[in-house]
Design a protein around this ligand. Structure first.
Ligand code: ZN
Length: 261
């Protein structure tokens, strides 16, 4: 496994797995769900605060498999805006909402090479870099549209990766409908990422029993987030890039650039 670095200075504005709420609306989730038809469990990458035009670096050595408008790539999609996808051999990294890219498809990059500049293209309410890991054979029904938790790949974690009592409460209320017990507080508080706790809770017998009971109508499902009661069927979707000039191809248009003059 390659070693990865943060593509911009680490300053999380939104973690992997987080609910994405903007303007009182669960809008990112809705966009992805409507575009892909796949239920969406939470934010599928890490958002890193970055002023417009911040150099974005390749997280590890690899080969650029896509750069351009996400709408021309079946994994990235229009919400990604202008984006770059790098194949590292065992996993892909994706960089979204860029202002522009500085690499070409097929180009080999070294860790730390500048691959583009951050922006706010696509489904971005403000300037930031959306950074994500995509499995070599993504399971688009994993609740994160085939993405994996960046925390599992990143060596250096910041203080903001440490779980707070608020985060712990949120996960337990959402997944199990109860407050975390003393053992959960002892295990997780201040130690692990929210997603690590979430994964652990969702793999627990208690959670599986609740979902099974809900599916049989024996538990009021309104106590769950509706996306939890989903059909988890592994669905492998091969990477597909629209050829320039084809009907599916979408150019990088000037209208995608939302930089103020
Ligand atoms: Zn994001």
């Amino acid at each position: 496994m390659a070693k990865f670095i943060w593509p911009v200075p680490q300053s999380h504005s939104q973690h992997f797995g987080a609910d994405f709420k903007a303007g009182g609306q669960w809008y990112y989730k809705d966009i992805l769900t409507s575009q892909t038809g796949v239920k969406y469990l939470g934010h599928n990458g890490d958002d890193l605060a970055a002023p417009l035009g911040t150099p974005v670096k390749a997280s590890a050595d690899g080969t650029v498999t896509y750069e351009g408008n996400g709408a021309s790539h079946n994994w990235m999609g229009e919400p990604a805006g202008i984006c770059v996808l790098i194949d590292h051999g065992d996993v892909y990294t994706g960089y979204a909402h860029l202002e522009r890219t500085t690499v070409n498809r097929g180009q080999k990059v070294k860790q730390g090479d500048v691959i583009g500049y951050s922006g706010r293209t696509g489904a971005a309410t403000g300037p930031h870099l959306h950074f994500e890991f995509i499995a070599k054979q993504p399971d688009f029904n994993n609740g994160y549209v085939g993405r994996l938790n960046p925390a599992k790949f990143m060596e250096q974690k910041g203080d903001d990766d440490m779980i707070s009592i608020g985060g712990l409460n949120r996960i337990y209320r959402l997944r199990l409908g109860r407050a975390p017990d003393a053992s959960a507080r002892k295990t997780y508080l201040g130690k692990m990422t929210e997603d690590a706790v979430d994964t652990s809770v969702m793999k627990s017998k208690e959670y599986k029993d609740l979902v099974a009971a809900a599916k049989k109508g024996k538990v009021d499902i309104t106590r769950f987030a509706p996306e939890d009661i989903r059909n988890v069927t592994p669905e492998l979707v091969p990477e597909k890039v629209a050829k320039p000039g084809s009907a599916e191809y979408v150019e990088v248009k000037e209208t995608l650039y939302r930089r103020k003059k």
